[in-house]
Design a protein around this ligand. Structure first.
Ligand SMILES: [Ca+2]
Length: 410
């Protein structure tokens, strides 16, 4: 079933967006001649701007400053890629939702998968999802994966740890098992925080009341030690729950310099509430983000409203806080892949004290179809993946693909 591309409507000003969208709209779609986007507006007006400038030091004074950016294709021929990570400068690991972990070596997609999860349920929204690398990956080669499978308890998510042996992954241990899941709303994004802990986003498993139940892992963001145990300093003693009241969060990332955590979350889709209401949230320990008690613009005392909500739905499948200077016009911006909204969305936030505020947003890519993951490469370029073979769009020639945004110099 093909979903129509829907216009974006949002409650904040977005003067920058019209400039960029106009530029994109007039660009000739010639695959032989990549479109150079100029990005002349100042970097996002965040509290970290001056820090970033000074942190660059004298080294950057002698380096050329990019005047724009282009999108280049990295690889094609993938099947529903969900997550990309970078073990080294020349190596990318990518999951395919149908169960394979693939490697890209020096820009070449390797034919033989590194690992195949035979037991995944690859239909609908579940299957093999996220990958995360241990912060000390260079020493221990630990790779974490989250996938859904049919078990005695129905469809559940499982987080496992594998070891990257170069030409294959080997299973090391089960980190967390029997996480509530379903064919829809299965989560599951993994990422290590600046505190060295493993965070996992968990959907409400189609049982929305569970999102408010602190004894259930459904509808939560979890904080887990790298060994799979409960950290001693979690907000609820003895519990993996870090925040609650989430519907189906699939993106998390940090402004590490300021230790601020953000998430993205899918809003209701008709059967469980009015459509739209996709959210970007600033996550605090033990925060209650409202689902299913409130969504969209409704507020409720004791729950934390989103920084921004998108109605109609964009369907955010990921989240990146971009903190590199490689694309300086994007430094300190949030990005998410839009599935239903078909593109890559940039959200500019201003951080003041304990608050974050959305200043503007723009869809910077809108000509590749559905986008799932977005990630920052080791060289500071921005990678993103299409999801056009997931049954909800018409696949294009060569789908699915990984693209990246690279700087252009005059
Ligand atoms: Ca919410």
């Amino acid at each position: 079933m093909k979903e129509s591309r829907l216009p974006i409507k949002i409650l904040v000003v977005f003067t920058l967006a019209s400039i960029i969208l106009a530029a994109c709209a007039t660009a000739a779609p010639d695959p032989e001649e990549p479109v150079v986007h100029t990005q002349t507006e100042p970097a996002s007006p965040t509290a970290t701007e001056s820090e970033s400038s000074s942190a660059s030091g004298t080294q950057s004074d002698s380096q050329p400053v990019p005047t724009g950016w282009v999108v280049e294709e990295v690889v094609r021929g993938l099947e529903i890629p969900w997550s990309v990570v970078f073990p080294s400068e020349n190596r990318i690991l990518v999951t395919e939702r149908t169960g394979a972990v693939r490697a890209i070596e020096n820009g070449i997609l390797q034919d033989e998968p590194l690992y195949i999860f035979d037991e995944v349920r690859g239909n609908n929204e579940a299957g093999l999802m996220s990958l995360a690398l241990h912060p000390d990956f260079a020493d221990n080669q630990y790779v974490y994966a989250c996938y859904s499978s049919e078990t005695g308890n129905g469809i559940t998510d499982r987080i496992v740890r594998l070891i990257d042996e170069g030409n294959k992954l080997t299973l090391d241990s089960v980190i967390l098992d029997d996480i509530p899941a379903a064919r829809f709303h299965a989560g599951c994004r993994l990422k290590f925080g600046p505190d060295g802990m493993l965070y996992a986003t968990i959907g409400d498993a189609l049982q929305k009341a569970l999102a408010q139940n602190p004894d259930s892992l459904a509808g939560k963001i979890l904080r887990i030690t790298p060994e799979g145990t409960v950290p001693a300093d979690n907000p609820i003693a003895g519990s993996l729950v870090f925040s609650l009241g989430h519907r189906n969060p699939q993106g998390i990332d940090w402004d590490s310099a300021n230790n601020i955590m953000y998430s993205s979350e899918h809003g209701p889709s008709g059967f469980d509430g009015p459509g739209g209401g996709d959210e970007i949230n600033r996550i605090v320990p033990n925060g209650n983000y409202g689902w299913p008690l409130v969504s969209h613009d409704k507020t409720l005392e004791g729950t934390i409203p989103p920084l921004i909500q998108f109605t109609p739905a964009e369907a955010p499948g990921s989240l990146l806080f971009y903190d590199s200077e490689t694309l300086p016009f994007f430094t300190d911006s949030l990005f998410f892949g839009a599935l239903r909204g078909e593109g890559l969305v940039r959200v500019v936030v201003a951080e003041t004290g304990d608050e974050s505020e959305v200043v503007s947003y723009e869809k910077i890519i809108s000509d590749v179809g559905r986008v799932r993951d977005v990630a920052q490469g080791p060289d500071g370029t921005i990678y993103f993946t299409t999801s056009n073979r997931d049954g909800r769009a018409d696949a294009r020639e060569g789908d699915d693909k990984i693209f990246r945004i690279v700087p252009v110099f005059d």
